[in-house]
Write a protein that binds this ligand. Structure first.
Ligand code: SAM
Length: 234
């Protein structure tokens, strides 16, 4: 059974919580019984306890018992990653939720093997919600599609470009720990295009993960785990 269920909306006056039709279906599949006390999340830092009241095709409802708000530490860990095929992107966004990433920027690079369209983001959110329920991360990362490097708001953040020629990531542990905002930028399978690299080098510090050529998803997981540890998120 997942550790939590996803709450779509809350009616404070009547102390009711509402769950979507797909979450209701999930409750049925899990054979959860009416009257059971469950945990709910909304991706905005709230943890609910509720008693399941109804389940139907149109959704589920529960009686709200309590709500606790987990305050955000005010820092932000951002992953900027070149778009790639769905199984790899799926893994990246799932692990990003587990590792406490705050924002995932998916970059349609010139050499990306697959481009992502903004109208295809529903399944991304569904993966993030499932990951959040499983690991009990109360904050869902923000997700956005970037079509040009000029769209990145790189001011006020430590921008680390994963690059084989950079200094070892470990050598930046103190800078990462003391930064409020950290962005890690990971290239596509075919590498960044020359004009993309030129722009990135204007505001990024190149950092290396060693001599082996890691797959995009491995590079994201290794670097985000390291940064998350340094930032006190893990
Ligand atoms: N042939 C591509 C190239 O030369 O960039 C290999 C791309 S690699 C599969 C995908 C991305 O992961 C790279 O663009 C880089 O950002 C990151 N990456 C993989 N291994 C790395 C390493 N050992 N050090 C730094 N970055 C790495």
């Amino acid at each position: 059974m997942p550790h939590a269920f996803w709450i779509d909306s809350v009616e404070n006056e009547n102390k009711k919580v509402y769950l979507s039709p797909s979450e209701a279906n999930h409750l049925k599949v899990m054979r959860v019984k009416l009257g059971e006390i469950l945990t709910g999340l909304d991706g905005k830092g709230n943890i609910y306890r509720f008693q399941l009241e109804t389940i139907s095709k149109t959704g589920a409802t529960g009686n709200l018992l309590s709500r606790k708000h987990e305050y955000h530490d005010g820092k932000s860990l951002i992953i900027f990653v070149a778009s790639t095929k769905w199984p790899r992107i799926r893994l990246i966004i799932e692990k990003a939720v587990e590792l406490g990433v705050d924002r995932i920027e998916i970059f349609n690079s010139r050499y990306s093997v697959a481009k992502i369209l903004p109208n295809r983001l529903d399944k991304f959110y569904s993966v993030m919600r499932e990951a959040s329920k499983q690991c009990l991360n109360t904050y869902l990362p923000e997700l956005c599609i970037i079509d040009s490097i000029d769209q990145i708001d790189h001011s006020n953040s430590l921008n680390l470009l994963l690059d084989f020629t950079g200094s070892p990531l470990q050598s930046l542990s103190d800078s990462i720990a003391s930064s409020k905002n950290v962005r890690i930028l990971v290239g596509p399978e075919g590498g960044f295009a020359e004009n993309e690299l030129k722009k990135l080098h204007q505001f990024c510090l190149p950092v290396s993960l060693g001599k082996r050529i890691l797959r995009v998803e491995t590079a994201v997981i290794v670097s985000a785990s390291f940064a998350s540890l340094q930032m006190g998120r893990l």
